[in-house]
Design a protein. Structure first.
Length: 80
C-alpha cells in the first residue's frame, strides 16, 4: 500500500516516535555522573581559591604585625 507523504508528515507522530540517540538508561546515567563530577570539581576549585585567599590574608596580617590601622580616626592620647 502507498502512504501519502503529506498524511505521514502530518499524522505520523501520532503513531510513531523517533528515539534520540543517547536516550537509553545507561547513557543518561553516564551523562549524569559526568555532570556530577564536573560540579564537584568546580566546587573544589572554588573551595581551593577561597582557602588560598584566606591564607594570603593571614600572611599579610602576620607581616603587618597583626595591627589594625585606624584610618580617618582622631589620634588617641597615650596614658602614662
Amino acid at each position: 500500500t502507498a502512504v501519502e507523504p503529506y498524511w505521514l508528515a502530518e499524522l505520523g507522530p501520532m503513531f510513531f516516535t523517533v528515539r534520540e540517540s543517547g536516550s537509553d538508561l545507561h547513557t543518561r546515567q553516564r551523562q549524569e555522573q559526568e555532570e556530577q563530577r564536573q560540579l564537584e570539581y568546580q566546587q573544589q576549585l572554588r573551595d581551593d581559591l577561597e582557602r588560598q585567599a584566606r591564607q594570603e590574608e593571614a600572611v599579610a596580617l602576620a607581616r603587618s604585625g597583626g595591627r589594625v590601622a585606624d584610618v580617618g580616626g582622631s589620634p588617641r592620647s597615650k596614658k602614662p
